[in-house]
Design a protein around this ligand. Sequence first.
Ligand code: FMN
Length: 175
Amino acid sequence: MSDLMTIIKERRSIRKYKSDPLPKELIDRIMEAGVFAASGMGKQAPIIIAVTNRELRDKIAEENRKIGGWEEGFDPFYGAPVILIVASNLDARTAVYDGSVTLGNMMLMAHELGLSTCWIHRAKEEFASDFGKEILDSLGIEGDYEGVGHLALGYIDGDMPAAHPRKPGRTFYIE
Ligand SMILES: Cc1cc2nc3c(=O)[nH]c(=O)nc-3n(C[C@H](O)[C@H](O)[C@H](O)COP(=O)(O)O)c2cc1C
């Protein structure tokens, strides 16, 4: 098994994190893996926002909780200290696909670096609202962006779960 295959097979979605802050170099490296993802027509439509500011991180979690309809007090980011947001410029027809491969690259790179992630959904609703638009405005980002997804990012608190067995019959050859 190649090293890459090991990373692919061992990566898991983690739902309990230590609150320890992360070295910026590691966050940079993960975002670098994201910006090197393939993109439709090479348009590089996705942007990645690393939220390490505790106050904003908690506001995003609260917004996400409300969109998801969970009970008060639930943290949809499972205590992770960092949120990586991927939004994608809708000028590209493949904007959402491009954002998805960006998130995929970052999940694998994080695992390679000894960090854990979980894709957290509902970025679309978040960035369609004034709440998300204000975040983009605060960074001077102009244009029409769709939220694709977030990653909860941090050090796992506990043991790495095993992968669920793969459903058989999902690969085919036509020879
Ligand atoms: C598009 C997408 C959306 C997801 N949204 C959430 C989410 O909102 N919350 C969550 O806890 N996990 C979410 N996940 C993680 C999946 O539940 C997880 O990938 C799946 O259970 C398989 O586990 P594994 O990643 O450990 O292989 C999402 C994954 C994907 C690909």
